[in-house]
Ligand binder design. Structure first.
Ligand SMILES: NC(=O)C1=CN([C@@H]2O[C@H](COP(=O)(O)OP(=O)(O)OC[C@H]3O[C@@H](n4cnc5c(N)ncnc54)[C@H](O)[C@@H]3O)[C@@H](O)[C@H]2O)C=CC1
Ligand SMILES: CC(=O)C(=O)O
Ligand SMILES: [Mg+2]
Length: 471
């Protein structure tokens, strides 16, 4: 089997072949020998001397793109005019756009969408600010806000580099739940400035989805904004991840016939996602949780400067075990990784209890690749879309915000999160449940619909809703 890697991508090669010196088959052989898989050929121009072709080539092996280019450049009579990467092509000029709902075709339209008639709408909102929900985009628009400090597993790459991820989230909001989401990357990592910026932006939005803001600042930022704004503020890396993890876990525990209260959990990476996953497990009845970060197992025997670790150590690891990941994993039932790629080994998994459950959720590179562990685990899940059992917050945030916006909720509370997790888990029925199918696909339309329905109900029951939506 070819080694799978982050390099899995499709490139387009434009070749100029001097037909007196070389023939096309030479290029094909060079590409295949270097590990490329030709999936399409387009003839751009051809005459007696020169043939120009675009070759779409799939690459799955690390380093194959470089090998392939070098191989082609060494064939006499073949010139590599340029290489384009389909992923980069998709990002040219950004991935989303804003479109008016109605065309402006004459002066009458102009005066109604804009001045002078728009003034009457402004005055109506001035008289009753709640009308912003009915007369502006606030009703259906969410801000996806990051400071670029913890982007996927790439770390602190800054606000410019974070934009493609936030644009991607906005696409997912729209496609899966018809929520209009706007990506905003702030050029500050100062807690107070982030809070102030988001508060200033809030009038235009019906909800705030915080994204990829590193711990511990993310906790304070979210807490303050939740207290100070009257629209839902939801840190997706914390709660979206925890909801989806909990949904997958409900099904994995069912499959391996475990009870949550007897199950021994190890959570690796006690940052934004790890802390929220732990809180959700505790709320669900888990009693045996050990957290591990770079400094090893968190234990109440030590004191930590990280405020959340202090809380964590006091609310988990009742047996006060110490050491590192190896010590934590001995006889554990479940590994949950939200830390960094490649840190879990087969030996670690072999030291766990029989029928281990491994959720290696770091992105883009999981703590361990499924192909390295599939034969020794009962259930394996990652955050990636190219393996079975994708535990990714995309299963949660579109539906949960759809439900929150439709019920005009003031917040997204614990009851709404729990309802979302149960909704996601319920999409897979008993007959369908298997080790390779514990969590539904994001393309399963029932996910958003079920999440929306149950979140609306939970918002009504818990008093968070400001309106009862029509079915
Ligand atoms: N699958 C999913 O839906 C999601 C996956 N993630 C992934 O989880 C990871 C963490 O994300 P966040 O919590 O937002 O970041 P974060 O920066 O808030 O937390 C990461 C934590 O992992 C720790 N860590 C890093 N390397 C470690 C190692 N070798 N051993 C132990 N601990 C280590 C860090 O010290 C930090 O406390 C990222 O890879 C991210 O892509 C995050 C959110 C959703
Ligand atoms: C999925 C996601 O939000 C992350 O990896 O940060
Ligand atoms: Mg994220």
């Amino acid at each position: 089997m070819k080694e799978r890697s982050m390099d899995g991508k499709t490139i387009i090669l434009r070749l100029e072949i001097d037909t007196q010196q070389a023939y096309f088959g030479k290029a094909v052989s060079a590409i295949e020998a270097a590990g490329g898989d030709i999936v399409a050929i387009d003839v751009i121009q051809t005459d007696k001397q020169v043939s120009i072709r675009d070759l779409t080539v799939k690459i799955t092996e690390a380093g194959a793109a470089e090998r392939l280019q070098a191989a082609l450049q060494s064939v006499p009579g073949i010139r590599l005019r340029h290489v384009s990467d389909r992923t980069f092509l998709l990002h040219l000029g950004g991935k989303i756009t804003i479109q008016p709902k109605t065309p402006i075709q004459n002066r009458d339209d102009l005066s109604r969408v804009y001045t002078p008639d728009v003034a009457r709408v402004c005055q109506a909102i001035e008289a009753d600010p709640k009308k912003a929900f009915t007369l502006t985009i606030k009703r259906n628009t969410v801000a996806v806000v990051s400071d670029g400090s913890a982007v996927l597993g790439l770390g602190n790459i800054g606000p410019y580099a974070a934009m493609p991820v936030m644009e991607g989230k906005a696409m997912l909001f729209k496609q899966f739940a018809d929520v209009d989401a706007f990506p905003i990357c702030l050029d500050t990592q100062d807690t107070e400035q982030i809070i102030a910026s988001i508060k200033h932006l809030a009038p235009a939005f019906g909800g705030i989805n915080l994204e990829d803001i590193s711990a511990p600042r993310c906790f304070e930022i979210e807490r303050r904004l939740r207290d100070e704004l009257d629209i839902p503020v939801f840190h997706d890396d914390q709660h979206g991840t925890a909801v989806v993890l909990y949904a997958g876990l409900l099904n994995a525990l069912k499959l391996t016939k475990r009870k949550i209260e007897d199950t021994r959990f190890v959570i690796c990476g006690i940052g934004a996602a790890g802390t929220a996953c732990t809180k959700m497990l505790l709320a669900g009845g888990a009693k045996h949780i050990v957290g591990v970060d770079r400094e090893g197992i968190l234990t109440a025997d030590k004191t930590y400067s990280h405020p959340m670790w202090q809380w964590y150590a006091q609310n988990t690891n009742e047996a006060r075990i110490s050491g590192g990941l190896t010590e934590a994993l001995a006889n554990a039932d479940v590994f949950i990784g939200v830390s960094a790629g490649g840190i879990l080994t087969r030996e670690h998994i072999q030291s766990m209890a029989p029928e281990p459950i491994v959720f290696a959720m770091a992105n883009p590179e999981p703590e361990i690749r499924p192909e390295l562990a599939e034969d020794i685990v009962a259930v394996m899940a990652t955050g990636r879309s190219d393996y079975p059992n994708q535990i990714n917050n995309v299963l949660c945030f579109p539906g949960i915000f759809r439900g929150a916006l439709d019920s005009r909720a003031v917040t997204i509370n614990e009851q709404m999160k729990l309802a979302a997790a149960e909704a996601i888990a319920s999409v897979i029925n008993e007959d369908e449940l298997s080790r390779f199918y514990i969590i539904p696909s994001v393309f399963n339309a029932r996910v958003v619909e079920e999440v929306r329905k149950r979140v609306i109900q939970a918002a009504q029951d818990s008093g968070a809703a400001r309106r009862r939506p029509r079915e």
